[in-house]
Design a protein around this ligand. Structure first.
Ligand SMILES: Nc1ncnc2c1ncn2[C@@H]1O[C@H](COP(=O)(O)OP(=O)(O)OP(=O)(O)O)[C@@H](O)[C@H]1O
Ligand SMILES: [Mg+2]
Length: 230
């Protein structure tokens, strides 16, 4: 039996990979057999003629996961574009059945699995005669989500819109992690309270710039994970 959580964010570059690495390392340092999966990655770099799955490589290295990162990614594209466009320009089509079978292969090896999304929660994966959005992937894998948001001015709007969209899609939000949090800012402290109050979702952790550890109880993190039933 494996438990999983899907990491999304209020936008691209908000810190999904950074937080996934902190989360993975916290779990693994507590002796938990935890793994990571990134279904779709765009904006990968070529090094010596090979596409490098940067997010997976970073998380494996920081989280102490001794796995070949390429085996933790289903679709990888070089161009830093929305997946639907990156795939189209690479002459490829994202298929949820492949993601589902890779997900099953990977989760069977762990007790806890962190799945990292791409971009924000509204992210098209395929948009031709067939339309697949990121929410379809989350629903297909039947996962709860953790939202990574900034804590700065504007974050009430970003975090609340993401949580409201998830609720509209019947996706359960287990928690919100505030990234680049400034504990001495009264405004960010208020943002933390307002986001929790307006969404009804607990703030699982606040992460400062350059943080090397996720400062929260492991039990509250584990509560965010849900048994995978696929
Ligand atoms: N708390 C933090 N302290 C220092 N650097 C951070 C922090 N959070 C994120 N970063 C840096 O900001 C950049 C973007 O973060 P990250 O790659 O985690 O975003 P992402 O949401 O995973 O992006 P993508 O949508 O491309 O997957 C990275 O260089 C990352 O190392
Ligand atoms: Mg990332």
């Amino acid at each position: 039996m494996c438990k999983g959580i899907f990491i999304t964010a209020t936008g691209t570059d908000v810190g999904k990979t950074y937080i996934s690495a902190l989360l993975l390392s916290k779990l693994r340092n507590s002796g938990i057999n935890a793994g990571y999966y990134k279904p779709v990655l765009s904006g990968a770099e070529y090094v010596n003629g090979e596409l490098i799955p940067g997010d997976a490589a970073y998380v494996c290295q920081k989280g102490g996961l001794p796995v070949e990162p390429m085996n933790l990614v289903s679709y990888i594209y070089q161009e830093p574009l929305s997946p639907h466009l990156a795939a189209q320009r690479a002459g490829d089509r994202i298929d949820l059945a492949k993601i589902e079978s890779d997900f099953i292969r990977i989760y069977q090896q762990y007790d806890y699995l962190i799945v990292e999304g791409c971009g924000g929660i509204v992210c098209p994966l395929r948009y031709d005669e067939e339309k697949i959005l990121l929410k379809d992937l989350i629903l297909k894998l039947n996962m709860d989500i953790l939202i990574v948001s900034e804590a700065k001015l504007g974050s009430i709007n970003d975090a609340a819109l993401t949580a409201y969209y998830a609720a509209q899609q019947r996706i359960h939000v287990s928690g919100i992690i505030l990234n680049r949090y400034k504990p001495r800012s009264f405004m960010e402290k208020d943002n933390q309270n307002m986001i929790a109050s307006m969404t009804g979702v607990p703030i699982t952790a606040c992460v400062e710039e350059g943080a090397q550890e996720l400062e929260c109880e492991i039990e509250s993190l584990l509560k965010c994970f849900k048994t995978i039933e696929l």
